[in-house]
Design a protein around this ligand. Structure first.
Ligand code: GAR
Length: 222
């Protein structure tokens, strides 16, 4: 008799509206991702995504970054220790950053090798960091996009898994461009998580493979 593989348990970390979290939770629910959402954790008590998670009946936890400020700075080690406690307490074995607007330390990242993903609203390596939509508009780029990548200690620098491109249109402003990027995010993030949770995507000490072949460049969705 063979053991049935245990479904992955996701800790989804958010700071804001949580639209990616909703897309992922729905994909888990309808069986597109062989995983369940173990907990949704926010560093912001007012994050809109917390109520969306509660409305979906998902467990939620708040690790309020403001409560970990010492002399005007985030006490990162205590903040991250509480994050880790919540992840473990809910039995999560995969960490999904979905609009989580905090940099995580190298020791925290090292505790989840190949089990932590992030979505970033640009065609990495273009525009790491913040305000990517404004940067793209200011540069006059004809296209923009989104990347799902493994998280490593390098900010927005881990191996990229999948990218989607969107056009930049003449009448675009940040809101219009962001909406177009979000629509692409809601397609490719569940895909990447499905690959990892099903074992199609493997980490191999930082040399990812998809279906047994080296992932030398991200899959190009569109
Ligand atoms: C998304 O556009 C995501 O790519 C971005 O935050 C937004 C969250 O939206 N993440 C980053 O900028 C990380 N550097 P959501 O809360 O509606 O999912």
């Amino acid at each position: 008799m063979t053991d049935k593989p245990t479904a992955a348990r996701l800790a989804i970390l958010i700071s804001g509206a949580g639209s990616n979290m909703v897309a992922i939770a729905q994909a888990c629910r309808d069986g597109r991702i062989p995983a369940q959402v173990a907990v949704v954790i926010s560093d912001q008590p007012a994050a809109g995504g917390l109520q969306r998670a509660r409305d979906l009946g998902l467990p939620v936890a708040v690790v309020d970054a403001a409560g970990y400020r010492r002399e005007g700075r985030l006490d990162r080690s205590h903040f991250e220790a509480e994050l880790e406690t919540q992840i473990r307490a809910h039995g999560a074995d995969m960490v999904i950053l979905a609009g989580f607007m905090r940099i995580l330390s190298a020791p925290f990242v090292a505790r989840h090798p190949g089990r932590m993903l992030n979505i970033h609203p640009s065609l990495l390596p273009l525009y790491p960091g913040l305000d990517t939509h404004s940067c793209v508009l200011a540069a006059g780029d004809p296209e923009h996009g989104v990347t799902v990548h493994f998280v490593t200690a390098e900010l927005d620098g881990g191996p990229a898994i999948i990218q989607a491109r969107v056009p930049v249109l003449p009448a675009d402003d940040v809101a219009k461009l962001s909406a177009r990027v979000h629509a692409a995010e809601h397609i490719i993030y569940p895909m990447a998580i499905q690959w990892l949770a099903s074992g199609r995507l493997q980490w191999n000490d930082g040399r990812p493979t998809l279906d047994g072949s080296a992932l030398a460049a991200p899959v190009r969705h569109v």
